[in-house]
Design a protein around this ligand. Structure first.
Ligand SMILES: [Fe+2]
Length: 399
């Protein structure tokens, strides 16, 4: 994150003695990315963050990966996966994956266990409900429309606080951040960025929890890992003391939230290309936000997209509010996901271009993930697929 923050107490000089009221030393931890040559934070623990007392392997279930063969556009109805609740980490229903990114959906009605993803950053998108994200850095309250970025290896848990929580989760194999073109060389958001520091929320005070022998589920790299990601495995570590024991921290690395409703759309006289919607970048993928906006105002404008072929990407779109004009008539609904893979030209449904002419406002809310390598379909995707979608541009309902 290009934004320095500090919470709780930190000593005036880093790497110096910092003592608790009883005279004991706090344990300093440097958490840093890219070999300590990128963003980092210093955290001050009441206990040693290294003290573990047990470790055992954990086998998650439900992972399969099926290549998108024969190559087809896909429509997934995630709300068909509503299984009556679960926890926001261990009960994720995996939908689409490649070796760079895993995209899942979960309906949660209870807290997750303590969790650390040591493979990469996570981006959670809150479709519905509210939650408290508790971590070693403090607490973040999140609600419908929020993106939450959890940096690699931050120990946290997700606690639903209202109606059932619906999350789209994007797990990366590296770091997720704002698009580089929106940042100055020193990391400040530039004037043409669709959002800036004022739109970002981070933890503001320490979260201190007492406890001993506390379990943390760790998803981590492993050469002998199982699918879906070569090299992914899980271990349950037991910490001697509760990991939420940080009295203060400062730096540029911390969990943060940004609401899609604070994304200022970039509009023009004629149709704006997809990069105008880009919100985040990660290794071999981008995340974009399609928000309610005034649309193209050239007197002869066609406000829906032209047919297009993103030849180096698979495009996944999650429809999360309003009505998406270009897809009207295709069966796409709230909670739908479309997958338009590389190798297939996609565009508005029949009649959408004509209907859009003269319209000056689109009330749509969607999150797009474009991956540079093909996405495989996981078990839950196949379970909620609308198999007739591929043929809807041709006006036929059956393959
Ligand atoms: Fe597209």
């Amino acid at each position: 994150m290009p934004y320095y923050r500090s919470a709780g107490e930190v000593p005036p000089k880093r790497h110096t003695q910092f003592r608790a009221p009883d005279g004991s030393l706090y344990a300093e931890e440097l958490m840093g990315q890219e070999g300590f040559s990128s963003d980092s934070s210093l955290l001050y623990h009441r206990h040693l963050p290294t003290a573990i007392v047990a470790a055992e392997e954990y086998d998650p279930t439900g992972w399969t990966r099926t290549p998108n063969r024969p190559l087809k556009p896909r429509h997934l109805r995630t709300h068909k996966l509503d299984s009556g609740g679960g926890d926001p980490v261990l009960d994720r229903q995996h939908l689409l994956a490649n070796d760079d990114v895993r995209i899942s959906y979960v309906v949660a009605d209870r807290p997750s266990p303590l969790y650390r993803n040591a493979i990469g950053d996570e981006c959670l998108y809150v479709e519905a409900g509210t939650a408290r994200v508790e971590s070693t850095f403090g607490t973040l309250e999140v609600a419908s429309g929020d993106y939450v970025i959890i940096p690699t290896s931050v120990i946290h848990r997700i606690v639903p606080t209202g109606e059932r929580l619906r999350l789209l989760t994007v797990e990366a194999t590296g770091h997720i951040g704002p698009p580089k073109r929106y940042l100055s060389v020193r990391g400040q958001f530039l004037e043409h960025s669709p959002y800036c520091e004022r739109d970002i929320r981070g933890p503001s005070e320490p979260l201190l929890v007492e406890g001993s022998d506390v379990e943390v589920y760790v998803q981590h790299r492993s050469r002998a890992g199982r699918p879906p990601v070569g090299g992914s495995a899980w271990t349950r570590l037991v910490f001697a003391n509760h990991p939420f024991d940080v009295v203060g921290w400062d730096g540029h690395l911390y969990p943060w939230a940004f609401s899609i409703h604070d994304f200022e759309p970039i509009t023009g006289r004629v149709h704006q290309p997809p990069p105008a919607h880009q919100t985040f970048q990660g290794p071999n993928f981008v995340i974009c936000s399609f928000v309610p906006r005034k649309v193209d105002y050239h007197p002869l404008a066609i406000p829906v997209p032209y047919n297009h072929h993103n030849v180096d990407s698979d495009e996944m779109m999650f429809y999360t509010g309003g009505s998406y004009e270009a897809r009207r008539g295709s069966g796409i609904e709230q909670g739908s996901i479309s997958l338009h893979p590389s190798g297939f030209t996609h565009g508005p449904q029949p009649g959408a271009v004509e209907r859009a002419i003269g319209v000056d406002y689109f009330d749509e809310l969607a999150v797009m993930v474009d991956t540079f390598r093909p996405l495989d379909l996981c078990e839950a995707a196949l379970a909620c697929e609308d198999t007739g979608y591929a043929w809807t541009w041709a006006g036929r309902s059956l393959p």
